[in-house]
Design a binder for this molecule. Structure first.
Ligand code: XUL
Ligand code: CO
Length: 436
């Protein structure tokens, strides 16, 4: 049974092809800097967007044709969705996928029934993984859709809700472990607040930290060696989300002694919502040795909400790949397409066009960033810009030997200084030289 009968396996045909269902730039086994593109990029399907999302928006319901989903809560239906997902990933050559517990299996009347359904579907997912070689990049629990989580999960004012959330994460970790998941993600969901008038922020953050410590303990207990990720997002659904950006997450993890156990999963449009460029967030994470994985998408410049669009901007993917290559590439993480087709793009083939475009955009970004780094002109400029810290008074600063007194003597002796030009425009021109 095929769910995409008219769509062939997508092949690399090069930039000149007229075939819209082909890769122009992503060539899985082509080496870039001695490493196959597929190992640099580690593309992943987001189960919730690709398989389950119906493309509703705040003003209207779903439009998408999804012949693999009859909308029922049955395990059979969930297995059919999984079959469609694996056919889709195979046809695109996606090596990884990510899911929430409630994407792959239904939430039923009580926790025991939901757990049993999840177990049954997980067995099926395990079989599909074995048959295809596709791996679980990370699993997670949906702690934001059900009405009980309206005021948060691990930051809920209600301890009963907190307990259900813990039980749900425990089960989602079990299933992720069973499926050989390479990671487990904690996105804040509704961990934040709408108004401080009703919120005890200090208590909520302490509760959240305790929740994460319990997850760390449970991870050790079951022998799960996958990487834990926190995914920053500044707002939506809450007015103020606690994990607002990379720096806030790192500070939270440090304050509550969790830094050794978590890396960050940086999502492009979450960075934008935090009023950062994504390369800023990647850089902040990488500098703390905490860049773990990426949720790849983009926002709409004219719409203020989290539109989760497919990434097509090669300038942006180049900046992202520069950050990633500089830190030595992914280990456990990958590029997860946390993106959905537009409401108007309602046919199954649109899912292929969307992923092909995203994969090609990152393949180009990878090749361009690799050449920029190999040529070295950009990095040489940056190195030269800071050269004064490598000798003389500067090296005493770098080594931490300088004092206010020693610097004052230097300032008295040498008089005023104007630094060299930052050459931003020249560097922007340099980047453009590499974009064919
Ligand atoms: C929400 C978002 C989530 C997480 C997983 O904006 O990005 O889909 O990636 O819970
Ligand atoms: Co995400």
């Amino acid at each position: 049974m095929s769910y995409f009968p008219d769509i062939p396996t997508i092949a690399y045909e090069g930039p000149k092809t007229k075939n819209r269902l082909a890769f122009r730039h992503y060539n899985a086994d082509e080496l870039v800097g001695g490493r196959p593109m597929k190992d640099h990029l580690r593309f992943s399907m987001a189960y919730w967007h690709a398989m389950k999302n119906t493309s509703g928006d705040p003003f209207g319901g779903g439009t998408r044709q999804r012949p693999w989903d009859d909308g029922s809560d049955s395990v059979d239906n969930a297995k059919r969705v999984a079959d469609a997902g694996f056919e889709f990933m195979q046809k695109l050559g996606l090596g990884f996928y990510c899911f929430h517990d409630r994407d792959v299996a239904p939430e039923l009347g009580d926790l025991r029934a939901s757990n049993a359904a999840l177990d049954a579907v997980a067995d099926h997912l395990g079989d599909l993984q074995k048959a295809t070689g596709i791996q679980l990049l990370w699993g997670t629990a949906c702690l934001f859709s059900h009405p009980r989580y309206m005021q948060g999960a691990a930051t809920s004012p209600d301890a009963g809700v907190y307990a259900i959330a813990a039980a749900q994460v425990k089960k989602a970790m079990d299933v992720t472990h069973r499926l050989g998941g390479l990671g487990y993600t904690f996105w804040g969901g509704r961990e934040g607040y709408a108004t401080l008038l009703n919120t005890d922020m200090k208590r909520e953050l302490a509760n959240l930290a305790h929740f994460l410590h319990m997850a760390v303990d449970y991870k050790k207990k079951i022998g799960f060696t996958g990487q834990f990720y926190i995914e920053p997002k500044p707002r939506e659904p809450s007015t103020h989300q606690y994990d607002s950006d990379a720096a806030a997450c790192l500070n939270f993890l440090r304050e509550y002694d969790l830094l050794d156990h978590f890396k960050l999963n940086i999502e492009t449009n979450h960075a934008t919502l935090a009023l950062h460029r994504v390369e800023h967030e990647l850089n902040v994470a990488a500098n703390a040795n905490a860049l773990g994985s990426i949720d790849a998408n983009t926002g709409d410049e004219l719409i203020g909400w989290d539109t989760d669009q497919f990434p097509t901007n090669v300038y942006m993917t180049t900046q992202m790949m520069l950050q990633l290559l500089r830190m030595g590439g992914f280990t456990t993480g990958g590029l997860n397409f946390d993106a959905k087709v537009r409401r108007e793009s309602h046919e199954p083939v649109d899912l292929f066009h969307a992923h092909i475009g995203g994969m090609d955009a990152f393949a180009r970004g990878l090749k361009i960033a690799h050449r920029i780094l190999e040529d070295g002109e950009l990095d040489r400029f940056v190195q030269a810009r800071y050269a004064s810290y490598e000798s003389g008074i500067g090296s005493t600063i770098t080594k931490g030997e300088a004092t206010f007194e020693s610097l004052e003597s230097h300032a008295f002796a040498h008089g005023d200084v104007i630094p060299g030009s930052g050459r931003q425009e020249m560097l922007e021109n340099l980047i453009n030289d590499y974009l064919e």
